[in-house]
Design a protein around this ligand. Structure first.
Ligand code: NAP
Length: 287
């Protein structure tokens, strides 16, 4: 086995959460409690799981969460009215809803009801445009931002290096590619139609997998010296009831220089980043 470093999400998340708490305390000294307006429609298990993590992290950081829970069949107008009220409420710093919304909803229109300053997970076109234009305003989506925080924490050099991003979704792959580009990496984006995926991946200095395919990345995708970042969160077909990533971690350990475990990697950092964005929105609101 080569020299291998595990890039755990825990110390990264802990450091961010400690900073979050200090910043929230400073805001409290100014008489302002960072406040998130959180919307959940229906009872999707994934949403409830993420919601629990958000509530836990926000409590730790000193962020107040105002929860709005609507039943799955609630009219879109109800959601629109509540979102508009949160958008106009000066005591609300940040707004977040679990996506995708029910199919009957006009999700793009509902997203646009969130003011850019309160859009802490890049739900609106304006926030996405800032990421794609390389502008430092608004907030990047939390998962790609968590990946960048992981790379920074572990001092993985990006300038001039070849990053291969597996996946081109608007939530992860594309914005992640833009953030890597802004950090002066040379970026290749792959997707389900890419030919000879393993050979493209082997050319990466940094391989970032966000495909939602359990252990798609096997030894033939990997080359010595690589840093491998696994964004995947999948039901593990080999261990029912457990989760696994998009990368075969055992294979990464055999070949790569460093890799994030999944679970235990990027996922741990994502909610800490959401709290960081809420506090930043809050700081801008009191300015
Ligand atoms: P998504 O919307 O389903 O997009 C998946 C992307 O992967 C698509 O671009 C698709 O290509 C590509 N793809 C799928 N199968 C492929 C294959 N066999 N070979 C090459 N490319 C393939 O998923 P997502 O929302 O981006 O999420 C990706 C993963 O990240 C999921 O496991 C998700 O659970 C996880 N995730 C994690 C976090 C976190 O905090 N850790 C947050 C969000 C998502 P096409 O475009 O050609 O279809």
């Amino acid at each position: 086995m080569v020299d291998f470093k595990e890039l755990s999400g825990k110390p990264v998340a802990e450091k961010i959460m400690t900073e979050n708490k200090i910043r929230a305390e400073k805001l409290a000294d100014l008489g302002h409690t960072p406040t998130l307006s959180l919307f959940r429609i229906g009872e999707r298990p994934d949403d409830i799981f993420y919601e629990r993590s958000i509530l836990r992290h926000c409590e730790r950081a000193g962020i107040t969460v105002r929860q709005t829970l609507l039943p799955a069949g609630a009219p879109e107008q109800d959601m629109a009215k509540l979102l508009t009220a949160a958008a106009e409420d000066n005591t609300v710093d940040a707004i977040f809803f679990f996506s995708p919304l029910p199919k009957e909803y006009n999700e793009p229109a509902l997203r646009e009801l969130i003011p850019a300053a309160k859009d802490v997970d890049c739900l609106t076109r304006a926030s996405a445009a800032a990421v794609f234009c390389g502008e430092k305003r608004g907030f990047a989506p939390c998962t790609p931002a968590a990946v960048m925080a992981m790379l920074a924490h572990y001092e993985v050099p990006l300038k001039g290096r070849h990053a291969v991003v597996l996946g081109r979704s608007l939530v992860v792959g594309k914005p992640l590619a833009m953030l890597l580009l802004a950090a002066d990496a040379t970026v290749t984006i792959c997707h389900s139609k890419t030919t000879d995926l393993p050979s493209v991946c082997r050319k990466a200095d940094i391989l970032l997998a966000a495909v939602g395919q359990p252990r798609l990345v096997q030894s033939d995708f990997l080359a010595p010296g690589q840093v491998v970042i696994d964004v995947g969160v999948n039901d593990d077909p080999e261990n029912p009831g457990k989760m696994c990533g998009d990368v075969n971690y055992a294979a990464a350990k055999e070949t790569a220089a460093a890799a994030t475990p999944a679970p235990g990697g990027v996922g741990l950092v994502t909610t800490a980043i959401l709290c960081q964005h809420i506090i930043e929105a809050s700081e801008q609101n009191v300015r």
